[in-house]
Design a protein around this ligand. Structure first.
Ligand SMILES: [Zn+2]
Length: 487
């Protein structure tokens, strides 16, 4: 039997506010356990939550970036459950009137673009975490995360493969980063997701029984867990077994999922309106202002680079991967530099230096104008491409000096003077009689070898075209190639 896989994701994005959702405790990562707490987030009796306005703005901004509708009013609800990392025994979330409704994300896959609809996105507070200590019979609880603002983005079950689930999650991360609402740092848990997966006979309308896989925090885990679950369910269905609606956990090391508990339903949570918070109104003006903050989305930008600058799908994808990199590239182009050359410089040299230095593009000492100047100098023949790449640019990145300064100070100016180039070529030929002999015997790579030697004599500064031309002329004068030795 052929099955179709049906997947929906619930993505939790930590909004990048400096303080928590309902109190002023800091949201910094990695603090001493329980050092970032107060009576509100500890859930002590008699305290009142106060909504962080920035968190609401971020939620609206994220919703606008996802194409959601923002209802005029929104409200909070209590979701009840008992767990040691949840001191209030309820979580403040949103039940029937979320801040964002509807929307869709376009995702590029190797088989073409797909559209994943968004059901809703709502604000809620995070819970704390249990800290299990080796073999100790007791566990600790760290409530620093309690009350951190999360936006839960719920997709429709529009995803048809584990790979596309990963691509969707990557797209969400990129859009959230572009919108400036979250770093989506997976190692720090600021992007996590739960996935629902079910199988149905190919062509069937009705959905199969779904299983939820909880709390995954890496793209690879999402794809791995779903791929395992897809196989497990197909096997069970083939044997005529019934799929149990349940929550499962992914064991990344084993590459398997295991049952955690049977799935709970909304009724189990006894949702009711949060009595300590008013209804919130979202004005037209606020939506208008935040729309301006969203700007161009990653995929739009990528497509524009392809049509406006004639860049390849791959290059445009690399450039638009991170918004600051794309903006840096555009600033180089704004100076009048050739887009393709600017693209090569950014995707090859700049990204390499960022990787080596482990810095963000904003920390790079070379600004877009500096790159534009270097491109100009290469174009004008003041320095050759190889030296620009290997000597000039690294120095610029090190010291922040201008390209022309580095070229002068390091003596890297390109040698285009005919006499000097000819002299360099003669020296290379004179010092390598074996290569000359090879050349006379028709070995083509001898020319390439002598070219390298001549460039070495010229300390790498020769104008490559001029050196090649001079070398070829001198060699033909030496009487070589196929005619050698024929008298
Ligand atoms: Zn607090």
């Amino acid at each position: 039997m052929e099955y179709e896989t049906v997947i929906g994701l619930e993505t939790h994005v930590q909004l990048g506010t400096r303080s928590k959702l309902f109190c002023s405790c800091p949201t910094d990562f990695g603090g001493e356990p329980n050092s970032q707490t107060c009576p509100v987030c500890l859930g002590l009796p008699g305290v009142l939550p106060v909504l962080n306005g920035k968190a609401l703005e971020y939620a609206v901004t994220a919703g606008l970036a996802l194409g959601c509708r923002i209802p005029e009013t929104t409200k909070f609800d209590r979701k009840h459950y008992y767990y040691p990392d949840l001191p209030k025994n309820y979580q403040i979330s949103q039940y029937d009137r979320p801040v964002c409704v509807g929307g869709a994300v376009e995702v590029e896959t190797p088989d073409g673009a797909i559209r994943i609809r968004i059901t809703r996105a709502h604000l809620e507070e995070d819970a704390g975490k249990l800290v299990h200590q080796g073999d100790s019979p007791t566990s600790g609880v760290d409530l620093n995360r309690t009350g951190i603002p999360l936006l839960e983005i719920v997709s429709e079950p529009d995803i048809r493969s584990p790979r596309n689930a990963r691509l969707y999650l990557e797209a969400i991360r990129q859009i959230m980063r572009y919108a400036g609402v979250s770093e989506c740092n997976m190692e720090q848990g600021s992007l996590r997701c739960d996935a629902n997966i079910s199988l149905r006979p190919a062509g069937a309308e009705e959905l199969g029984t779904k299983v939820e896989i909880k709390n995954m925090n890496s793209f690879a885990h999402v794809e791995g867990a779903l791929a395992y679950e897809e196989k497990r369910q197909a096997k069970a269905l083939e044997k005529g077994e019934e799929i149990v609606q349940e929550t499962r956990l992914y064991d990344a090391e084993a590459g398997t999922t295991r049952s955690m508990r049977t799935k709970e339903y909304a009724d189990d949570y006894r949702y009711f309106p949060e009595p300590d918070l008013p209804e919130f109104h979202i004005s037209e003006e606020m939506i208008k202002r935040l729309k301006g903050c969203v700007g161009e989305l990653p995929l739009e930008r990528k497509r524009r680079y392809m049509s406006e600058y004639g860049l390849s799908d791959y290059d445009a994808g690399v450039l638009t991967g991170e918004k600051p990199v794309a903006e840096y590239f555009e600033k180089i182009v704004e100076t009048g530099a050739d887009a393709k050359k600017a693209c090569n410089w950014v995707t090859q040299d700049i990204l390499r230096v960022l990787g080596e230095k482990k810095i963000a593009i904003g920390e790079l000492k070379v600004r877009p104008k500096g790159v534009a100047e270097l491109l100009d100098l290469i174009e004008a023949g003041r320095v050759n491409n190889t030296l620009a790449r290997n000597r000039v640019f690294p120095k610029m990145a090190e010291s922040g000096a201008a390209a022309s300064e580095v070229i002068e100070k390091e003596g890297l100016a390109q040698v285009s003077d005919d006499a000097a180039i000819e002299e360099g070529c003669r020296e290379a030929i004179g010092a390598n009689p074996k290569a000359l002999e090879d050349y006379r015997n028709g070995k083509k790579n001898a020319v390439q070898f002598l070219f390298g030697q001549a460039m070495r004599v010229l300390k790498g500064k020769g104008n490559p075209q001029a050196v090649r031309k001079a070398l070829e002329r001198l060699l033909s004068e030496e009487g070589g190639g196929q005619n050698a030795g024929r008298g």
